[in-house]
Design a protein around this ligand. Sequence first.
Ligand SMILES: [Zn+2]
Length: 442
Amino acid sequence: MNKSEMVPIGEVTGIDDLVALLSCHVGSLPLLYLGMPLGASYKALGIWNPIIEKVERRLAGWQKLYLSKGGCLTLLKSTLSSLPTYFMSLFPIPVSVANRIECLQQNFLWGGLGDVHWFHLVGCSPIWCGGLGVRHLIPFNRALLEKWFWRFRMKESHLWRRVLVAKYGVVRGGWITNKPRGSHGCSIWKHVMMGWEVFASHFSHDVGMGDRVLFWHNRWCSNRPLKETFPVLFGCSLNQDDFVASVLVSRSPGSSSDKLRWRLNGNGTFDSRSFYHALLAPVAMAFPWKMIWGVKSPRRIAFFMWIVAWDRILSCDNLRKKGFVLAGWCCMCKADDESVDHLFIHCGAARLLWSLVFRSFGVVWVLPNRVLDLLFGWQNWFGKRSSGVWNLIPSCLMWTIWRERNNRSFENKEIALDKLLETFCGVLFDWSRVWGLLLLHL
Ligand SMILES: [Zn+2]
C-alpha cells in the first residue's frame, strides 16, 4: 500500500503507528481525488487552475493557423467548451475564471479580429437566434449545478441525499431540503439552493397518490399554483398547507406516487440543455439559420455565410465603417460601391450567375434587395419542396464570388465571367456529389 495515503481529519492519535502498519503515507487536505479537489474551499480560485491550464494547453496544441474558422468552431464546441463540464457540475465557477476561459475561447475563434466583443455577444446565442451556439459558462454552470435538485428527488436512497436531509431536514412533500442557515458548513449546497426559485418555476407535479403535492402552493392542475390563480379563496382557506390527498378524495388505492414533470422539454425529464437555454433567455429574432447551418455546405462556408448574413464580411463599405480610408469600388464590375448586397445580388457578375441558376432550374423569381431576404425566401424552392442541391446554391454562389473578389483584390488575378460560371457549377457539383445529392438540372 505504499502508493496509498492516510489523511487524518481532526486530531488522530497513533497515526504514525497506523501508517507504519499499513506501509502507506500520511497525506493532508486539500488533495486530489478522482480528479476533483477534496477538502479545498469551493470558492478558491486555485482549484480551477488545472482546468485553465488544460484549456490553454489544448489551444496551444491545435495548429490554429491551419484550421478554418469552421474547423475552429467545431473544435471549440466539441472539445474545448466541454473541458470544464465535470468541474462545473460540482462547483460554482467564479466569474473571473469563467471570463478567463471565455476569453481564451474567443481568442481561439477570432484571433485578433477587431469585433471580438460583438462576436462574443452574438456567438453565445443559440444558432436559431443568429448565434454560433458557443456555451456561456455562467448559465451553463447553473444549469449543471441545479441538476442536483432533480437528482435529490430521483435518488432518494443515495448517501449524499440522506446526509443533506439529516442536516437540513426536508420541506413538506420532500422535494427539497430546508434552506441552509448560518455561515458554517456545506456552502456548496447553500450556493446551489440559491437557484431553487428559478428551477422550481420550470416544473410541475403529476399527481398520483397526492400525498406529496401541496394543494395551494405547487403547480399541479394548471401552469400556476392555485394560490396565485385564486388568491381570495387561498386567503380564506383554513388549510393552506394541505396536500392534494387531504383536500380531494383520493383515487384508487393502486395510484402511483407523485412525480415531478420538467416543463421545458417534451418528455418531462430534466435535462441541462433545456434549462440552460431557459437561463440564457436568448432574444428571439428572425434569422435564416437553416439556410446557413442546415445546408450541406462545408463548415467553413457555413461560417462564411453566417458572417455574410450579419453583414460583417470585410467588404469595402464595412471596412470604411471601421474607419479605414479606401476607395470603395467593386472589383467585380469596376463600377459601383462594394457592399454585401451589391456584391452578392446586384453586381453584374452576381446577376449573371443568378440568371444562369434561374434558367437552369426554369424558375422566374425577382431577386430581393438584401442578402438576408434572399436567404429567408430561398429555402426548399421558396418553401414549395425540399431540395438539397437547391438549398446549396446561395452558399455556393456567394462563396464563388467572394473567392474571385479576393483573388482580384489581393492576388491581382482575374478570370473571365464564363470561367466564373464554370467554377460555380464545378463547386456546386462537387459539394452535391460529396453528400450524395443528385444534380438533376445542372
Ligand atoms: Zn459590382
